[in-house]
Design a protein around this ligand. Structure first.
Ligand code: C2E
Ligand code: MG
Ligand code: MG
Ligand code: MG
Length: 286
């Protein structure tokens, strides 16, 4: 009887694995066409000063809204794109679109907006990714400080000296480089001394649990301390409520990103925000 149960369990497992593979293949096929079909867009989530609430920065986040079917989360399709190699086309599109958008905002008179894009490990593994990035920023008439990059810890573990040199070059030209999801990678802290960084983003799992968990608070405090001692801007990700914000302010995080302030939004919503700030909120608060 036990044997039978075991076999049924295995069959069930095979079926699940099969269904999952079919689902992933289907997504990959549709994702390949998504670019040409105009189903991809960049949304932007503001990061605000923890002290003043002023918008300081925007993180660009890729969105896929298939013509047929429900939106697919980047947490699902980015890993697939990395496996299939499609990430390079997607990544090039993100860089181009972020630069185009930033140039358009500049042309519309928004002179101090800053955008950060995400770069994954497989994107950096392609040798010319950083050169292309720089070239794109330049081609749009932007300054190096206009578009920054976010990298996860795992990217830094895999990075060789060529990637390190590339990042150093960007850094010295004034490109912002943030370490994303800090505290969640399988890494030692030693990369903090080798890599040219300007900001550290504390992962939102810590922020989420901090109000109820002294361990999470302790890790966050250590992250803020180390970040500041290294001269980095410290960003708290995923702030959703007053309690979390109060803690983050007590810890002296510099910037806050999360639903409590703003969700990721399409460009036209950001433009309304920027226009409002130019004439209203910012002027008043200053
Ligand atoms: P990430 O870079 O850590 O981006 C932050 C994620 O947290 C975003 O998820 C954002 O929508 C979400 N978030 C922001 N505030 C809150 C909050 O208060 N509560 C909660 N629960 N979530 C919040 P999203 O947009 O689904 O992106 C997921 C991940 O996909 C990103 O994580 C990033 O690793 C990757 N990704 C997104 N766009 C790109 C891209 O253009 N290129 C690459 N390589 N990766 C991207
Ligand atoms: Mg990010
Ligand atoms: Mg993050
Ligand atoms: Mg994350």
């Amino acid at each position: 009887h036990a044997k039978l149960e075991g076999r049924n369990g295995l069959q069930f497992f095979h079926q699940r694995l099969h269904d999952e593979l079919v689902h992933q293949l289907d997504l990959m096929e549709r994702l390949e066409k998504a670019l040409d079909r105009g189903e991809l867009s960049l949304w932007f989530q503001p990061q605000v000063s923890a002290v003043s609430g002023h918008i300081e920065n925007f993180e660009a986040l890729l969105r896929w809204m298939p013509a047929e079917g429900a939106p697919v989360s980047p947490a699902e399709f980015i890993p697939l794109a990395e496996q299939s190699g499609l990430i390079h086309r997607l990544g090039d599109w993100v860089v181009e679109e972020a630069c185009r958008q930033q140039a358009a905002w500049r042309a519309a008179g928004h002179l101090d907006s800053r955008i950060d894009i995400n770069l994954s490990g497989s994107q950096l593994a392609r040798r010319d990714t950083l050169e292309r990035f720089e070239a794109c920023v330049k081609a749009h008439g932007l300054a190096p400080g206009d578009i920054g990059i976010e990298l996860t810890e795992n990217v830094l573990i895999d990075a060789d000296h060529q990637i390190l040199d590339g990042l150093r070059r960007l850094y010295h030209r004034g490109v912002r480089i943030a370490i994303d999801d800090f505290g969640t990678g399988y890494s030692s802290l030693s990369y903090l001394k080798h890599f040219p960084l300007t900001a550290l983003k504390i992962d939102r799992t810590f922020v989420h649990d901090a109000p109820g968990q002294p361990e999470d608070r302790a890790i966050m405090e250590a992250a803020v301390f180390i970040g500041h001692r290294l001269g980095l801007e410290v960003v708290a990700e995923g702030v959703e409520n007053d309690e979390q914000l109060t803690l983050i302010r007590e810890m002296h995080c510099d910037l806050v990103q999360g639903y409590y302030f703003y969700r990721p939004m399409p460009a036209p919503d950001i433009e309304r925000l920027l226009s409002g700030l130019v004439t209203g909120h910012r002027g008043v608060a200053d």
